[in-house]
Design a protein around this ligand. Structure first.
Ligand code: TYD
Ligand code: MG
Length: 469
């Protein structure tokens, strides 16, 4: 008879505790422990990690003896591994993010906020892959999925739907059907009969993920999991999920805009610097191979307060527009507001402008916006922000065929940024006539290779004089 006991799990990191506590001892977050029932059968609790700290010195001696069946240590050079044949998706952005296609037997988690397009992305993949795909949904009915599939278009004769949430049954179906890919939408709706708690709880999520992982590794069939994201932005359920899966991809974007970005947070088979860009349309998600052209297409070229930055998103160079509005504050305390950019960094840049370029902004409202609903953390955007702010404050436009890439330091110096050549190349390709970069960033760059003119500046003051004097 299975023994039922109660344990407390941290919803943030998945740590287990025998009693309730206000603070998780593992990740130190407050009020995250929830009570869950745990069924302990003989071979159960596979997901439970051994506590290595409790393994004393005598344990090694005690463990010696016959091992029985099972894998044994193998010398690395004796391991034969053929070239892994990745499954190439019809979606170039997804292939790029996964590091060159889907690895057999891998398990990938797709996280994202509700309504961002996770189900759309994966159903679209199922319809266009041209291989047998099992799409398991615990969220929508068959009719709902069919309606969506009709809209997305693609071949339906290879795509199997299963509305089952019991992992035992679902894995049996998967084993019988032998698909080339299993998609589970979503991990929070699945429930394993081996754990006696509700779907979506920490122990369920952990157990289901572990069962699916075992299935993927044993069968060689890749499994894609969809996972919801909590308000705090982490994938709901324990962080432990991130350790179980091979790759974690995050689907993000502003719901008011049509761009969606697929970002790699973890990837055992590729770089985490890659990202995929999509546009949500009425017939589903469309790959965007030229983000800059799209992002710059709505630009009004004859207004002050706008400047273009040659930024990098992951490894991809991208030109985006920065807009600033500096205007006299009418209501007492001047406002500072930034969309898509860190407000504290904006305050820093404003202070630099006051001190090093002699601009008086104390009685001015300042608004900053990164066009397209993007969020940029790349420090190279500083220089374009300075240019946009100066342009708005002076009410003089920056020539629309100029762009910028440089970090601004506290003393107003313009610092070098990474991968400058890639940025220059992209700006050149898009037909910009000039790019402003740091004086310290042009070593080894041959200006004759590009038709774009490379302007170098050392300080904020110098930029001001070059652009507006
Ligand atoms: P969905 O994939 O259901 O999001 P998630 O699974 O991440 O919760 O996507 C929902 C949104 O996508 C919905 O608001 C409508 C929009 N959408 C389109 O704009 N075009 C389409 O073709 C589809 C299928 C959805
Ligand atoms: Mg969904």
């Amino acid at each position: 008879m299975a023994k039922v006991k109660v344990a407390f799990f941290c919803t943030n990191c998945g740590a287990e505790s025998p009693k309730w506590m206000g603070q998780c001892t593992s990740c130190k977050s407050w009020n995250t422990l929830v009570e869950e029932k745990v069924v302990q059968t003989k071979n159960d609790r596979i997901t439970q990690q051994p506590d290595w700290r409790s393994v004393g010195n005598g344990a090694a001696a005690a463990a010696a003896g016959p091992i029985g069946k099972g894998p044994r240590p193998v010398r690395l050079d004796e391991v034969t591994a053929g070239e892994v044949q990745r499954l190439i998706a019809p979606d170039r952005e997804l292939n790029r993010v996964l590091g060159g296609g889907i690895v057999p037997g891998s398990i990938v988690l797709f996280g994202g906020q509700p309504g961002i397009g996770k189900s759309t992305l994966l159903l679209q993949l199922a319809l266009r892959l041209g291989k047998r795909v099992l799409y398991v949904s615990g969220e929508e009915s068959e009719e709902q999925i069919k309606m969506r599939a009709d809209r997305l278009g693609g071949s339906m004769d290879n795509c199997y739907l299963l509305t089952e949430t019991n992992t035992d049954k679902l894995l049996k179906h998967a084993a019988n059907l032998k698909p080339d890919l299993v998609i589970a939408d979503s991990i929070q709706t699945l429930a394993s009969p081996h754990v006696e708690s509700m779907a979506g709880t920490v122990s369920q999520v952990r157990e289901c993920a572990a069962e699916l992982q075992r299935f993927a590794k044993e069968s060689g069939i890749p499994v894609f999991l969809i996972g919801h994201i909590t308000k705090e932005g982490s994938i709901a359920g324990p962080k432990l999920l991130e350790h179980i899966v091979d790759a974690v991809l995050q689907f993000e974007g502003d719901r008011n805009y049509t761009y969606r970005i697929l970002r790699t947070l973890k990837n055992r088979f590729g770089s985490t610097d890659e990202l995929g860009i999509y546009q949500m349309e009425t017939e589903g998600l469309r790959e965007v191979s030229n983000p800059s052209e799209l992002l710059l297409s709505e630009r009004d070229e004859n207004l002050s307060g706008s400047a273009v930055c040659a930024t990098l998103e992951g490894m991809r160079p991208m030109l985006i527009e920065v807009q600033a509005l500096v205007s006299a504050a009418v209501y007492g305390t001047p406002q500072r507001s930034a969309t898509g950019f860190d407000l504290r960094r904006l305050s820093m840049l404003l202070a630099v402008l006051e001190k090093r370029a002699g601009l008086s902004l104390g009685n001015q409202d300042v608004f900053l916006n990164i066009a397209g609903g993007l969020r940029v953390d790349d420090p190279a955007i500083d220089l374009s922000i300075i240019a946009a702010l100066l342009s708005s404050a002076q009410d003089v436009m920056v020539s629309p065929d100029l762009c910028f890439a440089g970090e601004v330091g506290l003393s107003g110096e313009i610092r070098a940024v990474t991968r400058i050549e890639q940025r220059i190349q992209e700006a050149d390709r898009l037909g910009f006539r000039g790019i402003y970069v740091s004086k310290y960033n042009v070593k080894g760059i041959d200006p004759d290779r590009y038709s774009i003119r490379i302007h170098t500046v050392a300080t904020v003051r110098e930029l001001y004089e070059e652009l507006f004097a």
